[in-house]
Ligand binder design. Structure first.
Ligand SMILES: Cc1ncc(COP(=O)(O)O)c(C=O)c1O
Length: 314
């Protein structure tokens, strides 16, 4: 008998594989934060983004990037998907690529955690390790030059410049939030990495609720531990970033986030990542200032891929 990994199903097209996954991406629950914050007049809700295929918020843009590239003819069977990411986007491409039969090549700094590299290897990703000192900016440069040398071999997804990134959130995250709050949301608050989540969700919500307030969050320092967030003053600014979307920008420290990882586990029963906790820190601070309102934030992923931080905190 053939083992399953030797059976290639020639009858399933790429388009059919893309359609098959549609129901399992997004559609995440909106969780009420009720113990860390108790007020009758101000409620806080967090979108539990790890509860979808691929385990993080980044499956939404990764899926949309692949879908748009296939429908525009830029990505087809035989081409490889190429990008720079050691984080959730890379893991999302890896899950989707495996499920769709698309080979994935990722450039990532050599100091990316062993547990992440292992996940990527398990999902059959071709890893190109770049220097520790060059960080994610160098990984991006290497990916770009690999594409320029062999444009026929790769589809370069470039999540930082690809409009499909924010459009995924405009078409899914935004409408889900509006619907789940019965149009009652008054404040949306979330951190900036590639900026796709904040920009896409924020743009949609502003169109449907003119008086909503959109608050972007940033790490307080250039050297920070909020995986997934970018300190925009000192890093390469993503091409999709639009500074006009946010009504206000606030700062959160890594220490605040770590403290909230602990408290959220103890009081809400949720094991959340540092960037989820940083979003919650922003939401809690905002709630203190309001007399009434409905605040929505995002929990991009849970604590399962952050073994080192988990060991430090617990
Ligand atoms: C854990 C985590 N938090 C926050 C973000 C920021 O989201 P975005 O890139 O849409 O700005 C990311 C993005 O990779 C992430 O992985």
């Amino acid at each position: 008998m053939q083992t399953p990994d030797l059976i290639e199903n020639q009858n399933v097209t790429l388009e059919q594989n893309i359609a098959r996954l549609d129901n399992y991406i997004g559609h995440t629950p909106l969780f009420p934060i009720q113990n860390l914050h108790t007020s009758e007049q101000v409620s806080i809700f967090a979108k539990l983004e790890w509860q979808q295929f691929g385990g993080s918020v980044k499956t939404r843009p990764a899926y949309r990037i692949i879908r748009d590239a296939v429908s525009s003819g830029k990505l087809y069977k035989g081409k490889q998907l190429l990008d720079a990411s050691s984080g959730n986007t890379g893991i999302a491409y890896a899950h989707l690529g495996a499920a769709m039969g698309i080979p994935v090549t990722l450039c990532l700094p050599e100091n990316a955690s062993e547990e992440r590299k292992q996940i990527l290897r398990a999902l059959d990703v071709n890893l190109v390790l770049t220097s520790r000192s060059g960080g994610t900016d160098e990984a991006q440069e290497v990916a770009r030059s690999m594409y320029e040398r062999q444009p026929d071999k790769y589809y370069y997804a470039d999540q930082y410049s690809n409009p499909s990134n924010w459009k995924a959130h405009y078409d899914t995250t935004g409408p889900e939030i509006l619907d789940q709050t019965d149009y009652g949301i008054t404040h949306y608050i979330a951190g900036l990495g590639t900026t796709g989540t904040f920009t896409g969700t924020g743009r949609f919500l502003k169109e449907y609720k003119k008086n909503i307030r959109l608050i972007a969050l940033q790490p307080d320092l250039a050297m920070h531990g909020l995986e997934g967030w970018k300190h925009l003053e000192t890093a390469h600014t993503p091409a999709i970033y639009d500074a006009s979307v946010a009504d206000e920008v606030r700062r959160v420290s890594t220490e605040q986030a770590h403290q909230l990882v602990r408290l959220t586990a103890q009081k809400e029963g949720l094991l959340i990542s540092p960037s989820s906790a940083a979003n919650l820190a922003g939401a809690l601070e905002l709630a203190e200032e309001l007399d009434e309102g409905v605040i929505v934030t995002i929990f991009p992923d849970d604590l399962s891929k952050y073994g080192e931080i988990s060991n430090q905190l617990f």
